[in-house]
Design a protein around this ligand. Sequence first.
Ligand SMILES: NC(=O)c1ccc[n+]([C@@H]2O[C@H](COP(=O)([O-])OP(=O)(O)OC[C@H]3O[C@@H](n4cnc5c(N)ncnc54)[C@H](O)[C@@H]3O)[C@@H](O)[C@H]2O)c1
Length: 332
Amino acid sequence: MKVSIIGCGLIGRKRALALSSDDILIACCDTNPEAAGKFGKEFNCRSYTDYKQLLEKEDADIIVVAVVNKFAKEIIIESLKRGKHVLAEKPLGRNLSEANEIVSAAKDNGVVLKTGFNHRFHPAIMEARKIIDKGEIGRVFNIRGRYGHGGRAGMEKEWRASKELCGGGELLDQGVHIIDLIRWFGGGIKEVIGKVETKFWDLEVEDNAFGVLKTESGVTASFHVSWTNWKNIFSFEIFGTEGYVKIEGLGGSYGPESLETGIRKKEGGRPDINIINYGPEDISWREEWKEFKSACQSNREPLGSGYDGLKANEVIEALYLSSKQNKAVFLD
Ligand SMILES: NC(=O)c1ccc[n+]([C@@H]2O[C@H](COP(=O)([O-])OP(=O)(O)OC[C@H]3O[C@@H](n4cnc5c(N)ncnc54)[C@H](O)[C@@H]3O)[C@@H](O)[C@H]2O)c1
């Protein structure tokens, strides 16, 4: 596939490194000329500072959009209108209304839209999905997720700290992954209770969010996402009638990735426990890319689609509202 990447920051680079050997990265774009030039040199592709020129001049099959959130919607929609498949980094929109516009544009133009939900492709999470699909832990009824880091000095000045540039704080940043995973394992969400707060950092957006979510199939999920979790954490637990799975770590600063499966004994006591430890390499980006390409080739919905991105935005919006109104919010 011929690919262009718009946004040459941290994630644009990760996406470039995750391409398959039969892909050709033909062009990149960043409004920062230095970033665009460096990226073009590193990946041996043409570089632009105006995405419209890139779309005009380059004939890519797929556009990856990994820019500051505020600018994503326009770029994604322009790319979709030109008949390009798009991998749009999470969150799909800064809010639900942006996500709706984006998903409609994909539908209208008959192309594949994916949200950058690489967490679904972490090996422990993929394996948990298989274990649950085989029925090994029975019927799932509870989920508990924690995700966070401790922020960093000067983060007040980053684009993530701006409501206008980012759309929200930690709930939209890391929370969107946890919400996507809760939806993936627990099904459509019908009720939310949120507490969204700025506890420590001097920011106009939240640095902590708690949520309790109820799904249509009766799963109750709770989560806490935080920019004051001084030691990085990723923990995701799923409980069923016959046992549980527990995913810890994502590699790197989040600690080694592992999957613990416990199968309940009828007589009670310690369950039968099996632990898989995964290597340090983060393969999620490559795995996600392969699945997305296969979806583009057969014009089907990818795993972690635009619709999934939209539904995550919907839940996040409801959590903000619940926190503001101090009451549960029900979704249709
Ligand atoms: N999937 C994940 O786990 C994950 C992790 C981190 C970030 N992200 C998402 O990826 C996106 C980029 O984040 P990042 O960490 O790479 O940020 P970054 O600040 O490192 O990079 C963003 C880049 O976009 C460029 N840019 C801004 N506006 C532009 C425009 N109009 N046209 C072209 N380039 C433009 C900036 O100059 C910058 O180089 C965000 O949406 C973020 O939420 C996803």
